[in-house]
Design a protein around this ligand. Structure first.
Ligand code: SF4
Length: 205
């Protein structure tokens, strides 16, 4: 399984399909895991670190996980497979902040996600942020309607549980104000109690 993930990563590393995207391609290691996290896209710093969630949003995300089930950043990186809707930095938006990947870019990058899901056949899916949640749900879904719930769904043909998280970006206030703050706490409790998290991080005993 790890070898097949490495093949996908080699194809990702060679991909230059999106003319407006800024390289390098960013992906995590080929972690064989039953837990599959989908982010939005790397920011401007992730490329130089060569790994997803390497800057401020990542610090928040890993703090959430540590508070929920006690695993530190490196342990989470070693045990959860980290993917994203797009694997290159989209550049800055005209109005400030990072540009969101456009529908054509998302479509092009979806082929990699599909291959990763087919290889790993995960049991728990963690989409992070509105864009990833929209891709997973197949339609725009307000955060307040999805964060704090656990759903059973099919993603790229594989049936799995899904627990959504808001984007941990410092630019977002959703998770720091109500009802976002309480819904985030609820989502993190659901994640901490999930059998795949308990088995993966040894918190089930
Ligand atoms: S975003 Fe995805 S499809 Fe587009 S160039 Fe980067 S790796 Fe390739």
């Amino acid at each position: 399984m790890e070898g097949r993930l490495r093949e996908v990563h080699a194809a990702l590393d060679a991909c230059r399909a999106c003319p407006d995207m800024i390289g390098p391609v960013v992906h995590g290691p080929p972690v064989v895991s039953s837990i599959f996290l989908v982010g939005q896209a790397p920011g401007p710093r992730e490329g130089s670190f060569g790994r997803p969630f390497a800057w401020t949003a990542g610090k928040t995300l890993f703090r959430w996980f540590e508070s929920a089930f006690g695993a530190d950043e490196e342990t989470v990186r070693a045990r959860i497979y980290m993917a994203a809707v797009a694997r290159c930095f989209p550049g800055k938006a005209k109005g400030g902040g990072d540009r969101k990947p456009d529908p054509e870019e998302i479509d092009r990058c979806r082929a990699f996600l599909e291959r990763e899901v087919q290889i790993l056949r995960p049991k728990l899916l963690l989409p992070v942020g509105t864009l990833a949640i929209t891709q997973v749900m197949g339609e725009a879904t307000p955060l307040a309607e999805i964060v704090g719930r656990q759903l059973r769904l099919r993603y790229h043909g594989v049936e799995m549980d899904m627990i959504a998280l808001p984007h941990p970006s410092g630019a977002s206030t959703w998770h720091r104000t109500e009802p976002g703050r309480s819904l985030l706490e609820k989502a993190l409790r659901l994640i901490a109690r999930h059998p795949e998290i308990r088995a993966t991080f040894g918190t089930g005993r």
